[in-house]
Ligand binder design. Structure first.
Ligand code: NAI
Ligand code: ISE
Length: 337
């Protein structure tokens, strides 16, 4: 079966997913696109030589009989409406993070999906599909370093534009660590705090950069995540788990060690699209395959909700400097597998 996919939002990640579905993955094709920037949507169709129709807006695309499943890759504040409309139409939907911009919005999606009675939503958290994180989880699952006690992480981007604001360090950036560490540790957060180191001169005047987020899990594991989005030197994702009997690190992306000009060096990537290219491929292929098999899996609306509750607490902690509790509702049986 070839899944007919409609894409809402043909910007950076929308184009990247359209390219991979068209050129790399199997079992699906892009039949519909829409973007508030209609010229851009038309250019994407032309450049990739797609046999796809441009829709006037996301809601028209979702309703179309020619579309079996939806990819939501528009700006975060638009996600909730498109995901709810997809559920109302009974269509599977892959939604880039954030699922919604607030925990309350994510909960509306959870309730709509439960009322529908079958999973329809996958959230675009791709790190659990990354080979490095999977290897790290395997180490923990086999008890090779004993019980995890502490986790040290860094999420560094070379630079960000002027439109990147202090709260986006939470909603756009550390949201990936919030999700992947829940999965890695099989745990939820109970509290968070944000502290601000000395500011880099390379950040815009309005932006607090770097930031450190401290989180505690229900099992008592302490997590620190450095977010540094103007680090200048590359796109660098670090994760080290300290256990009772050893320490395990996220592997570096494969790169050829070079001896040249009196230096031993390896490349550091600069683009998030390349750092996680394999993970995105596996993630979207997983969406296609599990939709085609009628057993959608992958990060769920509940995972989107849990991440949003934690992010909301981080946003409060950014403002107050306090240790802020993270309080999740009871996990519904619907999401227990
Ligand atoms: P972008 O700004 O490059 O693209 C977003 C596109 O959505 C734009 O072309 C815009 O015109 C369009 N759009 C906005 N509102 C719309 C609406 N109501 N209907 C139709 N089109 C609309 O942004 P980017 O970087 O592609 O990010 C999009 C989403 O993907 C964001 O939520 C972002 O957080 C997420 N993202 C996820 C990544 C990941 O690693 N999983 C990486 C990058 C982005
Ligand atoms: C971007 O929006 C992403 O989601 C990337 O995966 C992330 O690493 C980057 O920091 C964000 O800006």
């Amino acid at each position: 079966m070839t899944l007919r996919i409609g894409v809402i939002g043909t910007g950076a990640i929308g184009q990247d997913h359209i390219r991979r579905i068209t050129n790399t993955l199997s079992g699906a094709k892009i039949v519909a696109v829409t973007d508030v920037n209609a010229e851009q949507a038309a250019a994407v169709i032309k450049n990739l030589n797609l046999d796809a129709k441009i829709y006037a807006n996301g809601l028209e695309l979702i309703k179309s009989d020619h579309v079996d499943a939806i990819l939501v890759t528009s700006w975060g504040p638009t996600h909730e409406e498109f995901v709810l409309a997809s559920i109302a139409a009974g269509k599977p939907v892959f939604c880039e993070k954030p699922l919604a911009t607030s925990a309350a919005g994510c909960m509306r999606i959870v309730e709509a999906e439960i009322a529908h009675g079958k999973r329809l939503v996958q959230v675009g958290f791709m790190r659990p599909y990354d080979n490095g994180y999977r290897a790290l989880k395997d180490v923990l699952a086999h008890g090779k370093i004993g019980e995890p006690l502490m986790v040290h992480c860094a999420h560094r981007n070379p630079s960000v534009g002027d439109s990147y604001t202090t709260d986006m360090a939470i909603t756009d950036t550390i949201i990936h660590e919030i999700d992947v560490l829940r999965w890695l540790l099989d745990d939820d957060y109970v509290s968070v705090q944000v502290v601000y180191p000395r500011k880099t001169k390379n950040a815009s005047g309005h932006l607090a950069d770097p930031q450190i987020v401290l989180m505690e899990t229900a099992k008592g594991i302490r997590v620190d995540v450095e977010i540094f989005v103007n680090c200048q030197y590359g796109y660098d994702i670090q994760c080290e788990v300290v256990g009772e009997t050893g320490v395990a690190r996220l592997p570096e992306p494969a790169s050829v060690p070079m001896r040249s000009q009196a230096r031993l060096s390896t490349e550091i990537l600069t683009d998030w699209k390349l750092r996680f290219i394999d993970a995105y491929d596996v993630e979207i292929q997983g969406f296609i395959d599990t939709v085609n098999d009628g057993r959608l899996s992958g990060p769920s609306a509940w995972d989107g909700y849990a991440a949003a509750v934690t992010a909301d607490a981080c946003l409060e902690a950014q403002k107050t400097g306090d240790i802020v509790p993270v309080t999740l509702q009871q996990k519904p049986a619907f999401y227990k597998n």
